[in-house]
Design a protein around this ligand. Structure first.
Ligand code: PBG
Length: 332
């Protein structure tokens, strides 16, 4: 489309920006509470809220506290919560068996949330890093991240989460072939309605640092994740990954991180028209909070603008640690 307009002064763009009412009338994109997925960190214990230093305002919650915060989020209209466990250090092994333990922290949290709030969607993370002795998302042998063996482990993990009642599985591991393997296993186990939100275009990013502190995987991580996560210099590869994951049975796809990758969001939405999500990751949250706490930017305005931009870039929803505060702002 080639925009046309009558030359000045017939066209004065400032006419339509003169009042709030006129600005509202011509606003193209809007954020609503229904666009938000809230990622939460959980831990064992009772009545614990353990602050995460690199993510001001975010804490690891024991399950009793999780229920109370989930209730508040649900009441604000947030449609989904995504669980990330801080696994006890003693349960982190090279075989990652805790990942598919039906009674692990995540699976207990899923059952609890679904019994308390049946209409709140519960999303999970499918990756081995919170259970792995070496902090990687897949199984490691002799320093190599194994693909096919990892996929088998991830399928077991996904099935345990589906069995516990998860609505949305979020494979964030970036192994090849995992979506197809999970979909097949879910179908044969009768979990025909469990949805998969594939972390399809996930980049090997420096912006995950605070998250790795939060799940306690950062200090353990040996090397980096560049053999499975994407190179930040690539964009066509993201489209091929999305095409592949949709063909293997993903219902929704994600681009991650968020704000530095809005071009990818737009390309993915335009190319596939599939439900597209972005993850405003821990480092993005930390940057906004750090600047705001220094008095350098306005926290609320920067939060709202950063989230609206995802809608403009074509996203249907956003995973964001700001979900409760954004929801509160949107609800007045
Ligand atoms: C790992 C996983 C990561 C995040 C979500 N799932 C980190 C990583 O890949 O190292 C990052 C989220 C964030 O930074 O907020 N399975």
């Amino acid at each position: 489309m080639i925009p046309t307009f009558a030359p000045f002064p017939a066209t004065r763009f400032r006419r339509m920006r003169r009042t709030a009412a006129l600005r509202d009338l011509m606003q193209e994109h809007r954020l609503s509470v229904a666009d938000l997925i809230w990622p939460v960190f959980i831990r064992d214990g009772a009545e614990v809220e353990e602050p995460i230093a690199s993510m001001p305002g975010v804490a690891r919650l024991s399950l009793d506290r999780l229920v109370r915060k989930a209730e508040a989020a649900h009441r604000l209209g947030i449609p989904a919560i995504c669980l990330f466990p801080y696994t006890d250090q003693s349960l982190r092994t090279e075989t990652c068996d805790e990942a598919w333990n039906p009674d692990n922290l995540t699976n207990r949290a899923i059952r609890l949330l679904k019994s308390e709030f049946p209409d709140l969607a519960v999303m999970t993370d499918v990756a081995l890093d919170p259970y792995n002795a070496n902090g990687h998302d897949g199984l490691v042998r002799d320093g190599v991240i194994l693909n096919d063996e990892s996929v088998e482990a991830l399928v077991r993990m996904a099935l345990a989460q589906a069995e516990s009642g998860a609505d949305i599985l979020g494979p964030s591991d970036m192994m090849d072939g995992r979506i197809g393997a999970m979909r097949k296993a879910l179908e044969s186990a009768g979990h025909t309605d469990v949805t998969i939100l594939s972390y399809a275009a996930k980049y090997a990013s420096a912006f995950y640092g605070p998250f790795r502190d939060a799940v306690g995987a950062g200090a353990r991580l040996v090397g980096d994740k560049k053999t499975y996560q994407m190179n930040p210099g690539n964009t066509d590869e993201a489209l091929r990954l999305v095409a592949r994951d949709l063909a293997e049975g993903a219902d929704m796809v994600m681009v991650k991180p968020g704000m530095p990758y809005l071009d990818i969001c737009r390309r993915v939405k335009d190319a596939f028209g599939a439900p597209t999500y972005a993850y405003q990751v821990s480092g993005e949250y930390a940057m906004i909070m750090a600047a705001a706490r220094n008095g350098w930017i306005d926290e609320g305005k920067a939060m709202a603008e950063s989230l609206l931009c995802f809608k403009r870039a074509g996203c249907d929803g956003i995973l964001t640690y700001f979900a409760p505060s954004m929801a509160q702002m949107l609800q007045g």
